[in-house]
Design a protein around this ligand. Structure first.
Ligand code: GDP
Length: 199
């Protein structure tokens, strides 16, 4: 069993040499700025303020590593798609993501998109990174509480088609606000890791 309450911040990595490479599995979270990535992580870990470790959004480009019950890393990739970033910052983001994916450390990918909108070009780029990594990956469609029931299926279809999601990639409606989808997301992650779910 994995105790989700036992999570500790390890470090913020700005380059490859800071990535922990001790063989423990790494669960990686990615999403555009404001999609609710911090809220989703806080909801999954039952915390109020867990994910806000690294300074101002958009200002620092780093990867935050947390250790979950000494058994797996919980990896928070820097958000993307901020309106006001310079080309230099975009380049740094791209270089860091490339280093992470090239490191081969990823075990399970969790990509977060907004259930209300067609995925952005950056979302598609991110999906391509996960697809090329050849590792299991799930997509969370967050802010489910903000759409009407009648919109659900159509919106999920648009997300699946735009991201070119392979059939086996689960697309899970989620609400960080209400907790919808939490159990399914955790079950998928632990299933892919081959571990028993949270205690
Ligand atoms: P991040 O920049 O991706 O880490 O996004 P945050 O977690 O800071 O969330 C951005 C905004 O979206 C905040 O105002 C959250 O309260 C809101 N938010 C996040 N998830 C949800 C959700 O599932 N439903 C609703 N209604 N609002 C959400």
């Amino acid at each position: 069993m994995l105790n989700l309450h036992n999570a500790e911040f390890i470090r913020s990595a700005v380059s490859e040499r800071d990535f922990p490479a001790d063989g423990l599995p790494q669960i990686v979270f990615s999403g555009k700025s404001n999609v609710g990535k911090s809220s989703v992580i806080n909801r999954l870990l039952n915390r109020k303020n867990f994910a806000r470790v690294g300074g101002q959004p958009g200002k620092t480009i780093h990867i935050n590593f947390f250790l979950l019950d000494k058994q797996a890393y919980w990896v928070d990739l820097p958000g993307y798609g901020y309106a006001k970033v310079s080309k230099a910052e975009r380049d740094r983001w791209g270089a860091l993501i490339e280093q992470y994916f090239a490191s081969g450390l990823l075990s399970v990918g969790v990509q977060i998109v907004d259930i209300r909108h067609k995925p952005t070009g950056d979302d598609v780029t991110m999906a391509n990174w996960f697809r090329m990594s050849d590792m299991p990956w799930i997509v969370i469609a967050n802010k489910h509480d903000k759409i009407k029931k009648s919109q659900l299926e159509g919106n999920l279809n648009i997300i699946r088609q735009t991201l070119l999601l392979p059939e086996e990639v689960p697309l899970i409606p989620f609400s960080a606000e209400k907790g919808t989808g939490k159990d399914e997301v955790l079950a998928r992650i632990f299933d892919f890791l081959g571990k028993d779910g949270p205690a």
